[in-house]
Structure formats: structure tokens, C-alpha cells
Design a protein around this ligand. Structure first.
Ligand SMILES: CC(C)(COP(=O)(O)OP(=O)(O)OC[C@H]1O[C@@H](n2cnc3c(N)ncnc32)[C@H](O)[C@@H]1OP(=O)(O)O)[C@@H](O)C(=O)NCCC(=O)NCCS
Length: 170
């Protein structure tokens, strides 16, 4: 699979350790991390550990969570990507810095992930987990065709489970 995945305003590419400082700006912000993982990341070392996990997943599976880069400025603005869950299902996720919210960029980034899953990666279905109060994230999912299909626990909290079948519309 070739990188970057090119959108209109953003592009996606695998993370490198050069991204740690910019990624920490995003992952240390409590507003950004309100519904993500275990919440804000307290140390740069913690962010480096996350980036190393993303890089290892990319190396092992040929896909992972990717850096979302603003094409106009080259700025890293967050992440979006795909990860293999313990169940074997492939999960999509995305996290952007607050300065970039409300411009359609998460929808664009998630759309590039769905296209990669459907196209080169040949992934038959995607799952996404989102907390009930996270209306913006649910809207991103429904705009891309995901539908609500139950609930699941993650990080000790109840999440809505959204799914998208790709094999039917390939
Ligand atoms: C969720 C997030 C990724 C959305 O990013 P974004 O770039 O602002 O999203 P988009 O602009 O592409 O789309 C957001 C949509 O949600 C809508 N929206 C915004 N706030 C909303 C709310 N509180 N309730 C319902 N819909 C909302 C927007 O109007 C837009 O829909 P529209 O295009 O029909 O107008 C971003 O807020 C974020 O990074 N949050 C922190 C991390 C996070 O929660 N990640 C998801 C974990 S499941």
C-alpha cells in the first residue's frame, strides 16, 4: 500500500518518532482525550510509547493508526486509522487537535481509512467504538455509512458499537 493517502485538505501517512512532540500536543489535551482511551497522556514518554505501538502495528499488519497531516502547512493535526482488536475485528478511530475541529477533517480522514480498507487492504468490515455523549464522532460515522449495532465495554466504559460492511459494496 502506498503512502501518503491523499485527501483534499489532509493526508495520512505512517507515524515516525519525529512526530512525538506534535502528537503530544494533541494527546495531552483533556478536551481532545475526553472520550479517548485512558484520557489525557501525562508525559512525552507516554506519547512516545503510543507512537511506537502505532509503528509496530503498521510493521506487523501493513496498516495502523496514521498521522493526519494538514497538506497546506505540513502540520501534524492528529491521528486516524485502523487497528486489529483482540477479537480479530478491525477497528477504525480518529483524534484531532481542537484547532482543527468543525471543518470536515475527521470525516475526510475517516473516509480515507474506509477507502484503504475497502481497496488495497481488502478488509471485509469495520467496527468503531464511541461513547454515547460523543455526538460529533457518531455523526462522522453515520456520514460514512456506519450503523449502530450494539454496545461494548472498552477502557472500563460503555461504548456504542458502529459497524460498516465493506464486502457488500465493494
Ligand atoms: C470527533 C472528532 C474527530 C470530529 O472531528 P471534526 O473534524 O470536527 O468532524 P467533522 O467536521 O468531519 O464532522 C463532525 C460532524 O459532527 C457534527 N457535530 C459536531 N458536534 C456535534 C455534537 N455535539 N453532536 C452531534 N453532532 C455534532 C458536525 O456538525 C459535523 O456534522 P455535519 O458535517 O453534518 O455538520 C473531533 O471532535 C475529535 O478529535 N474529538 C476528540 C477525539 C475523539 O473523540 N475521537 C473519537 C473517539 S470515538
Amino acid at each position: 500500500m502506498d503512502f501518503p493517502l491523499i485527501g483534499t485538505a489532509i493526508e495520512l501517512r505512517p507515524f515516525t518518532l519525529d512526530d512525538v512532540a506534535a502528537a503530544h500536543e494533541v494527546y495531552s489535551d483533556p478536551r481532545v482525550m475526553r472520550y479517548v482511551g485512558h484520557g489525557p497522556v501525562g508525559t512525552v514518554a507516554g506519547t512516545e510509547s503510543i507512537i511506537r505501538q502505532f509503528m509496530a502495528h503498521q510493521q506487523a499488519h501493513g496498516f495502523g493508526f496514521w498521522a493526519v497531516v494538514d497538506r497546506a502547512s505540513g502540520t501534524l493535526i492528529g491521528d486516524a486509522g485502523l487497528a486489529r482488536a483482540a477479537s480479530g475485528e478491525i477497528e477504525m478511530g480518529y483524534t484531532l487537535g481542537t484547532a482543527w475541529w468543525g471543518r470536515g477533517l475527521a470525516t475526510e480522514a475517516a473516509g480515507l481509512c474506509v477507502a484503504a480498507a475497502r481497496g488495497p487492504l481488502r478488509i471485509p468490515r469495520l467496527r468503531a467504538l464511541v461513547e454515547a455523549p460523543n455526538g460529533a464522532s457518531q455523526r462522522v460515522l453515520t456520514k460514512l455509512g456506519f450503523t449502530l449495532s450494539g454496545t461494548a465495554m472498552a477502557f472500563g466504559r460503555e461504548h456504542l458499537v458502529y459497524r460498516l460492511e465493506l464486502s457488500e459494496i465493494r
